[in-house]
Design a binder for this molecule. Structure first.
Ligand code: NAP
Ligand code: MG
Length: 401
């Protein structure tokens, strides 16, 4: 069978530990036999990040800006223990943070549904996608302990020296205070990424905040979303048969739990942090989540939602069999290949990606799966496959379809 050819390369970002092992295996068994793969390769394994003084992380991000599509393996975020373990010269920021800072994106996480694993919320019929704003609010806060009675104020000093003040509180005793901020440009980028993703996936968008209480701060989020929607997206949404809906965050939570899913839930930074873990746990496992960073400029980076699965790697190094689930890595590849195909007008790349996804889902639904899923599946499978056996089982199905 002739291999599918690619018009343009995509950016391939290699990573660390167990996911690096599976990365090579997924390519060898599930992609190379079918696709004449063209990639621009960046090694973000921790040793190469150290050797390049982390220059390679920024280079990879810029390559995604240039080529439009990237796929990323999980990477170690350095800390003192890792510095000692890998004898690193220095500690650098997490590659994800570096890449996000350059692409200015929003991360979308969506569960991969399989019929033998039921979400814990019985009404959910379709996946719920979380779009999390990745800038500001409490994650960039200034905080202070207040020792005793006194006044705390917010003071704005303009570039021209003019001053504005507002009283936060007149303290009658000790307490605490916090200052948070956000930027119109970042909020608009977040809203734009959500609307672009929704058009792509044909999903209605829900955005929720608490503007009844936070009239200025959350009110600004609400207004920016509405203005962008009315100005640029309303007609496109109408044509795609989807809509945009704003509600209060507590109402959104109630609707999500009672609803059947099938929405993109755009969340402010903190809400997204909390709610994405709720959705992921209720849906099964982090290995069954797809994750894509969409930049407001319309470039895409696909990745797994989980880390490098460190403990499994140590077992693999000792020569033990590991039953690490490669689904999120496979779906990172299929997401990137399908997007490359779409941007290049090479439909066979997209249909290959959908066939591979189907083969992977069919394999699990036929009762062949890794240990993490075996714990959740109904009916429970008779045997648990190791990572290699699971990938081979997908390969066999892919061959036939
Ligand atoms: P992790 O790699 O996500 O693994 C935590 C646990 O979750 C594993 O021990 C395993 O549980 C389970 N798990 C995760 N992915 C799995 C899979 N594909 N198949 C089966 N089980 C899976 O998180 P971590 O151990 O806290 O972090 C390890 C390293 O990853 C750290 O150095 C961290 O910096 C990095 N990290 C990277 C990213 C990223 O690049 N996107 C994200 C998060 C963390 P059991 O042990 O119970 O089997
Ligand atoms: Mg969290």
């Amino acid at each position: 069978m002739a291999k599918i050819t690619m018009k343009n390369p995509l950016v391939e970002i290699d990573g660390d530990e167990m996911t690096r092992v599976l990365w090579a295996l997924v390519k060898e068994k599930l992609i190379f036999p079918y696709v004449d793969l063209k990639t621009e390769y960046y090694d973000l394994g921790i040793m190469n990040r150290d050797a390049t003084k982390d220059e390679v992380s920024a280079q990879a991000a810029r390559a995604i800006q240039r080529l439009g599509v990237g796929v990323k393996c999980a990477t170690i975020t350095g800390n003192a223990a890792r510095k000692a373990e890998y004898k690193l010269g220095d500690l650098y920021p997490s590659p994800n943070a570096t890449i996000r800072a350059i692409l200015d994106g929003t991360v979308f996480r969506k569960p991969i549904s399989v019929s033998c694993i039921k979400p814990s919320v019985s009404t959910w019929k379709k996946p719920i996608v979380i779009g999390r704003h990745a800038y500001g609010d409490v994650y960039r806060a200034a905080e202070m302990e207040v020792e005793g009675p006194g006044r705390v104020e917010l003071v704005y000093t303009g570039a021209g020296g003019e001053e504005r003040r507002t009283v936060v509180a007149d303290f009658t005793g000790p307490g605490i205070v916090q200052g948070i901020h956000n930027l119109d440009a970042s909020i608009e980028g977040f809203a734009r990424s959500c609307f672009l993703y929704a058009l792509e996936e044909k999903l209605p968008v829900w955005f929720a905040a608490k503007d009844t209480i936070s009239k200025t701060y959350d009110g600004r989020f609400k207004r920016i979303f509405r203005e962008l929607y009315e100005g640029e997206f309303k007609e496109k949404f109408k044509a795609a048969g989807i809509d945009y809906f704003y509600t209060l965050i507590d109402d959104a939570v109630a609707r999500i739990i009672k609803g059947e899913g099938g929405v993109l839930w755009a969340c402010k930074n903190y809400d997204g942090d909390v709610m994405s873990d709720m959705i992921a746990s209720a849906a099964g496992s982090l290995a069954m989540m797809t994750s894509v960073l969409v930049s407001p400029a319309g470039v895409f980076e696909y990745e797994a939602a989980h880390g490098t699965v460190q403990q499994h790697y140590y077992r693999w190094q000792r020569g033990e069999k590991t039953s690490t689930n490669p689904m999120a890595l496979i779906f990172a590849w299929t997401g990137a290949l399908a997007k490359r195909g779409e941007l290049d007008g090479t439909a066979d790349l997209g249909s290959f990606a959908r066939r591979l996804e189907k083969a992977a889902v069919d394999t699990i639904e036929a009762g062949e799966m890794t240990g993490d899923l075996a714990k959740l599946a109904v009916p429970a499978p008779g045997t648990i496959l190791d990572s290699g056996e699971f990938i081979d089982a997908i390969g066999k199905r892919l061959c036939k379809c």
